[in-house]
Design a protein around this ligand. Structure first.
Ligand SMILES: [Fe+2]
Length: 320
């Protein structure tokens, strides 16, 4: 592989367009996010972590606009602006949280924002009971009862984004070259390692451990957003978040609860009011450079360690 133009540090947010910001905010609040800011035509939602926001909705006809990634330095923005063919100039982000940005256009025509210097905010402490798991520490919660109020999950941060594409090879080469992601697991079909249908990519942080994946392309006849995904603290939070969304009766459940094979997260997938899939997860595998890249047949990779295998409706889903 040739040297990438830059290596990003993390994913920053997903940006959607929706005709009704009240309805979007209601869904995201019930999903476990917190309003960071709202203007006449944009909604910014945060998690409990230090990012100013992790989800942006612009008012308008429903659509997927972009995924944003955080650059390691402002110099990297200038490098991208200079070297990437599709790049905008380095621009000020005229939105709450500020910062600077370069906009790239990936091969399907969607925008990849690469940002730096967006405001950091104080973390919101989330008190969780400690597990008395017998194989870790049977008495970790010695004398304390496990009690937790019912309510939404506690979204901490954005974890990854997934785009469907009819141009797998071109797209995976593009994203790796432009923002320095590296492949973790390549999922293939028909016993042919050249027939990749899903490409799990992670941040390249050298010896430091990072989430198993921060971005995927999955093969699809149409391009669009397959899902965006958010980390919650633990297994119970996934379960209680699930019950909270279920009990509203307002949203369509897509897949879960189960534990993935690739990434190993405990997952749960829901559609927002316009069918965009949002995932909760807890407990990801973390890898560093030493893991390299593995090739996995689809029947193994897209299965679950427990829970149902991915439904066809999810595998083929894109929101344009
Ligand atoms: Fe996911």
């Amino acid at each position: 592989m040739t040297e990438p133009i830059i290596r990003v540090a993390d994913i920053a947010w997903g940006r959607l367009r929706s005709p009704d910001l009240d309805k979007q905010e209601e869904f995201l609040t019930r999903f476990g996010m917190i309003r960071a800011d709202r203007t006449d035509d944009k909604l910014f939602m945060r998690g409990t972590g230090s990012s100013h926001h992790i989800h942006v909705t612009e008012k308008g006809d429903e659509g997927f606009i972009s995924l944003a990634f955080r650059a390691q330095s402002e110099d990297d923005l200038h490098k991208l602006a200079k070297e990437a063919e599709s790049a905008s100039d380095v621009e000020d982000i005229d939105e709450p949280g500020g910062g600077k940005r370069v906009r790239l256009t990936e091969p399907n025509g969607y925008t990849i924002e690469v940002v730096h210097g967006v405001e950091e905010v104080a973390e919101i402490p989330v008190e969780r009971p400690i597990y008395n798991f017998g194989n870790i520490d049977k008495y970790a919660r010695g004398g304390e009862l496990w009690r937790h109020e019912k309510g939404p999950a506690h979204v901490m941060r954005i974890g990854h984004g997934v785009l469907g594409t009819p141009k797998m090879e071109e797209c995976t080469a593009w994203i790796r070259h432009h923002i320095g992601l590296i492949p973790s697991d390549e999922v293939y079909v028909e016993d042919d390692k050249d027939k990749i249908i899903a490409s799990f990519n992670r941040i390249d942080a050298g010896k430091d451990f990072v989430d198993h994946h921060v971005f995927l392309y999955v093969s699809n006849e149409k391009a669009g957003l397959n899902h965006i995904s958010f980390e919650v603290p633990d297994f119970d939070d996934v379960m209680m978040g699930h019950e909270h969304l279920r009990d509203t009766g307002d949203y369509e459940h897509v897949w879960g609860i189960g534990r993935h094979v690739l990434g190993s997260q405990i997952y749960d997938y829901w559609k927002d009011p316009w069918g965009r899939v949002h995932e909760h997860w807890a407990d990801s595998d973390t890898l560093n450079k030493d893991y390299g890249t593995r090739y996995v047949p689809a029947e193994e990779g897209l299965n679950s360690q427990w829970g149902e295998p991915a439904p066809m409706e999810f595998i083929h889903h894109v929101s344009p």
